[in-house]
Design a protein around this ligand. Structure first.
Ligand SMILES: [Zn+2]
Length: 251
């Protein structure tokens, strides 16, 4: 198991790395999120974070031809070749009312796998206790309830040893991943959470209650980051919607 990197920079690196083969990680140009608090950094217990395993998706983002990305990032804010956002979220996740049961609990919509949505009353409760960047969910045509989306900051440095990640991806797919010819983002081929190498934490994690990996994963137009959630927050979310989430320990 990789050891926690507690002596590294205290700067929260909200930026995404682009990785090419064995060249290592390169910082990309992403703006800084404000979701993490600024304060003293102490020793960080890595196991205070857990993975929220997904049992199902609920709801369909709009516009469908951009998998909801136009609404969240603007037409020019995401790569139209690989579907990777190229800047911080600037607009609302917009969900289509059709097929969506009344808003309740917590859930993740289809296509946007790092967009945790919360019924407004639950959002109010968790935002009083945890440091979250919340944005109202918009509705296409018909408003069916008040909901908020957690905007998850990318927090580096690299979560995974690139050699281990490469080996795991090749073992699963026969290939590690690919660099997008348009935006040059390196994406690892998707792996189930239990197939990923051990997560390497950083002192900067202490400033966040939810965080996304600098590594991008995906294939085709599907592009996503890994998400980890502080245990107390994850327990509230999973308790609100046990049919949507299950808590998994990280290695
Ligand atoms: Zn791209």
């Amino acid at each position: 198991m990789a050891t926690s990197q507690l002596k590294t920079s205290s700067v929260v690196e909200n930026r995404t790395s682009k990785v090419a083969g064995r060249e290592g990680f390169k910082p990309a140009h992403r703006s800084t999120s404000t979701a993490c608090s600024v304060g003293a950094v102490g020793p960080y217990p890595r196991m205070d974070f857990v993975h929220l395993g997904l049992r199902r998706n609920r709801g369909w983002p709009w516009p469908e031809d951009s998998w909801g990305l136009d609404s969240m990032f603007g037409e020019t804010g995401w790569c139209h070749s690989c579907g990777t956002p190229l800047q911080e979220q600037s607009g609302s996740l917009t969900l289509q009312a059709g097929g969506q049961s009344p808003v309740h609990g917590a859930w993740i919509p289809n296509w946007r796998f790092d967009a945790i949505c919360l019924e407004k009353s639950i959002a109010d409760r968790v935002s009083a206790e945890f440091r979250l960047d919340l944005r109202p969910v918009a509705w296409r045509r018909k408003v069916i309830g008040a909901a908020m989306q957690i905007v998850t900051p990318t927090v580096g440095p690299a979560w995974f040893d690139p050699d281990q990640l490469r080996d795991a991806a090749i073992a699963r797919h026969g290939s590690a991943g690919a660099e997008c010819s348009e935006c040059h983002t390196w994406r690892w081929l998707p792996l189930a959470f239990e197939q990923l190498p051990p997560v390497r934490s950083d002192a900067s994690w202490e400033r966040c209650d939810i965080l996304a990996s600098p590594e991008w994963f995906g294939d085709g137009a599907r592009s996503f980051r890994e998400i980890l959630v502080r245990r107390g927050l994850a327990e509230l979310i999973a308790a609100a919607s046990p049919k949507d989430f299950k808590i998994r320990e990280i290695s």
